[in-house]
Write a protein that binds this ligand. Structure first.
Ligand code: TYD
Length: 137
C-alpha cells in the first residue's frame, strides 16, 4: 500500500441478517495509531467544510452515514472522492489541501486522526500551502 498518496481503504465488513459491522484498527487498515476521533454532522445543504491542509496529521475519513464529496489537492495531483459507504475510508496523508462538500441530509463525516488537535498543524492560507508543499505540477 502506498501511503504517500490519498486513496480509498476497504475496511473489513462483517454482515449477517442483523446488519453490518465495520472496523478500523491501527495495525490492520491504518499506517498510524489513532490519537483522536472527530465527526462532522448537521451540515446545512450547500455548505462546504475544510479549506485547509495539515502539516503532520494523517487521517482516515469515513461517511458513517449518508454521502459527501472530498476534494484534495497535493503537489502532484487533484483528487475527487465521493464517500458513501461506511465500510470504506479515505486515507489522507499530510500535505493535502482539502474541501468537503455535497453533504447529503443527515450525513456524518467521521475522522480517525493520527494526532491530537493542534492548531499549529493547520495550514489555513492557500498561499502558505503552496509555499510549503509546492506548486501543482
Ligand atoms: P476545522 O478543522 O476547521 O473544521 P472543518 O475542516 O471540518 O471545516 O475545525 C472547526 C473548529 O473546531 C476549529 O475552531 C477548531 C475546532 N476543532 C477542535 O477544537 N478540535 C478538533 O479535533 C477539531 C477537528 C476541530
Amino acid at each position: 500500500m502506498d501511503w504517500s498518496e490519498p486513496h480509498i481503504v476497504e475496511l473489513p465488513k462483517v454482515y449477517d441478517v442483523r446488519g453490518s459491522l465495520s472496523f478500523a484498527q491501527s495495525d490492520l487498515s491504518l499506517p498510524f495509531a489513532i490519537e483522536r476521533v472527530f465527526w462532522i454532522y448537521d451540515v446545512p445543504a450547500g455548505a462546504e467544510r475544510g479549506s485547509h491542509a495539515h502539516r503532520r496529521m494523517q487521517e482516515l475519513m469515513i461517511a458513517a452515514s449518508g454521502s459527501f464529496t472530498v476534494e484534495l489537492r497535493t503537489a502532484k495531483k487533484d483528487y475527487r472522492f465521493t464517500l458513501n459507504r461506511p465500510s470504506q475510508g479515505l486515507y489522507i496523508p499530510p500535505g493535502c489541501w482539502r474541501t468537503m462538500n455535497n453533504f447529503s441530509s443527515g450525513s456524518i463525516c467521521l475522522a480517525l486522526a493520527s494526532t491530537l488537535y493542534d492548531e499549529s498543524d493547520y495550514i489555513r492560507d492557500y498561499d502558505v500551502f503552496l509555499e510549503e508543499f509546492g506548486q501543482k505540477k
